[in-house]
Design a protein around this ligand. Structure first.
Ligand SMILES: [Zn+2]
Length: 237
């Protein structure tokens, strides 16, 4: 038995007991039964409580990183029939940025692509998370030394070109590079933060579904940046 999981782990059964006590109605008012794939209660966490849980999980990851086999087996058993994710993480596809690990586990709804950009598929995924599954917190997670953003910097500064669909994918990040140009500090680092913040704002206002939930105080969208070297997540304003 892992002592870390014993001390810090969250009992899924206790969690479900709380969720079944109520608060299932609001977010689902707008959902259509035809596309509601989850027939159980959503999480009862607020966005702020979910954010606090991510902060705690990341602190645990940086101070005592561990993967406990017993805990993973228990989690699989407990969520097999029903999911109630409490945070959606839009992160880069980069192999060094695994949300479930760097946030210390938990039920996360995850969308990933190079550069953590919001395209149609990603927007739909995130809308589904909050409007159907009841996820109260959405995090756009950029990261240090992101290759996709570095490619956008090269496109902006050196007119670099990339084959296939990589070019248009990188091109979508270039406006963030342009906005970051001239700011004090490192251009790549600033562009990573700018891009994550732009995507967070786009999610909060560009999607009628998400914007409505944000206006009602049921969903928060935040941007963050992951440090590859020390494992810490910095929450951006
Ligand atoms: Zn990246």
């Amino acid at each position: 038995m892992c002592p870390i999981c014993d001390v810090n782990g969250v009992s899924r059964r206790g969690f479900l007991a709380l969720a079944s006590a109520g608060i299932a109605s609001g977010l689902f008012a707008a959902s259509n039964a035809a596309w509601a794939a989850s027939d159980g209660a959503p999480t009862n966490l607020t966005a702020d409580q979910a954010l606090a849980r991510l902060m705690t999980g990341n602190e645990r990851y940086t101070k005592a990183p561990d993967v406990c086999a017993n805990n993973l087996i228990r989690q699989r058993d407990e969520v097999a029939k029903h999911q109630a994710p409490w945070a959606t993480i839009l992160s880069c596809a980069d192999s060094r940025v695994p949300p479930e690990l760097l946030f210390g586990g938990g039920e996360l709804f995850v969308a990933r692509n190079a550069g953590n950009m919001v395209d149609t598929a990603t927007m739909g995924t995130i809308e589904y998370g909050s409007a159907v599954l009841g996820v109260p917190l959405i995090v756009v997670l950029g990261h240090e030394r992101c290759g996709a953003v570095a490619a956008a910097v090269d496109t902006f500064e050196k007119q670099a070109e990339f084959p296939g669909s990589i070019g248009p994918m990188v091109g979508a990040i270039v406006p963030a590079v342009q906005a970051a140009k001239g700011k004090p500090g490192d251009l790549l680092d600033n562009a990573v933060r700018e891009s994550a913040s732009v995507s967070a704002r786009h999610l909060a206002t560009g999607s009628p579904l998400i914007a409505d939930l944000v206006t009602k105080g049921k969903v928060k969208v935040v941007a963050a940046c992951y440090d590859l070297d020390n494992g810490k997540v910095e929450w951006l304003a």
